[in-house]
Design a binder for this molecule. Structure first.
Ligand code: PDD
Length: 287
């Protein structure tokens, strides 16, 4: 018998087990998982894994897709159908399938549930344990490579949801030194008190926005002053204007930060002009 997977309520052959391309786990890493070891076909440390699963889900505000008892039954059935005694059970629960948007789908969608079971060769793993293994060291940089346009966007999705709940369109990340790095899905800019355009330098841990780069050219062509220098949220509040850039937002004026007005709370001339210039140039050069 081949391997059997569980996908959203159905047991299906492993080779035919698919999730939708707009599953938020696939698109945004907006999902959690657990892995249980199987000894003699039984779930090891069941309570600990269930407790962590429930905690992870609660942290992401994803509902348990079914009761713990029902989930236990499904996990056991997956094990039984795969006839595995010694192995691993993998469970993944994503926020569900919805058109791509960083913020949570509203109204919420059903969480997507996937379970797979794999066999472990205990003779081989015992032999390895008897010999011991080597390790290497690596800098602790998890979530520290924002320069890569990876789909590991869970922090961005959570930040965007925070913005949405606050009635805002974007969230600006602030680093440990108090400087804005970038938005959840855009780069951040101000026109400071001296009229100088400012955006964070790309030596920082940010995505090298393509719109940002093109806009720098537009700005230079327009003869405006620009500095790739970080700013704080306080400087943004004192700035003449603020805006964000990205393929999705183009150049989008920002009129408030944390509910406080920027530039008198109205769209300023520089951002509007840059939006127009950017669009003109982009249209000319689009292939
Ligand atoms: N986001 N920073 C982050 C974290 C982004 O996700 C994006 C783009 C940008 C701007 O990059 P660009 O100018 O190359 O689009 C900056 C896209 C639009 C998205 O996730 O939908």
């Amino acid at each position: 018998m081949g391997r059997i997977a569980y996908v959203n309520g159905r047991f299906v052959p492993h080779a035919e087990a698919f999730v939708h391309i707009e599953d938020r786990g696939y698109q945004l890493a907006d999902a959690v998982y657990e892995v249980w070891a199987l000894f003699g076909g039984k779930l090891a440390d069941a309570e600990g894994h269930f407790a962590r699963l429930e905690r992870s889900l609660a942290e992401l505000q994803i509902d348990m897709p079914m009761s713990r008892a029902a989930l236990t039954t499904v996990l056991r059935e997956a094990v039984r159908r795969n006839r595995v005694q010694e192995g691993l059970v993998y469970l993944q629960i994503s926020r569900g399938v919805a058109p791509r948007d960083h913020a949570f789908p509203h109204p919420p969608v059903r969480p997507a549930v996937v379970i797979t079971v794999s066999r472990v060769d205990r003779v081989a793993t015992e032999a390895r344990a008897a010999k011991g293994v080597g390790v290497v060291t690596t800098p602790e940089n998890r979530w520290g490579r924002c320069d890569i346009k990876t789909v590991g966007l869970l922090p961005n999705a959570l930040a965007k949801q925070k913005a949405r709940v606050a009635g805002a369109a974007e969230a600006w990340f602030v680093d440990e030194l108090g400087f804005v790095t970038e938005g959840a899905s855009s780069n951040a800019w101000i026109v400071d008190r001296d009229g100088v355009l400012r955006t964070r330098d790309t030596n920082a841990n940010i995505l090298r926005g393509v719109t940002r780069l093109s806009l720098l050219d537009v700005i230079r062509d327009a003869g405006l002053k620009v500095e790739e220098r970080p700013f704080t949220p306080e400087e943004a509040l004192e700035a003449k204007e603020a805006f964000i850039t990205g393929a999705g937002t183009i150049v989008l004026p920002v009129v408030s930060v944390d509910g406080k007005p920027v530039g008198g709370g109205v769209v300023g001339p520089v951002a509007s002009r840059l939006r127009r210039l950017y669009i003109e140039r982009a249209k000319e050069r689009a292939i």
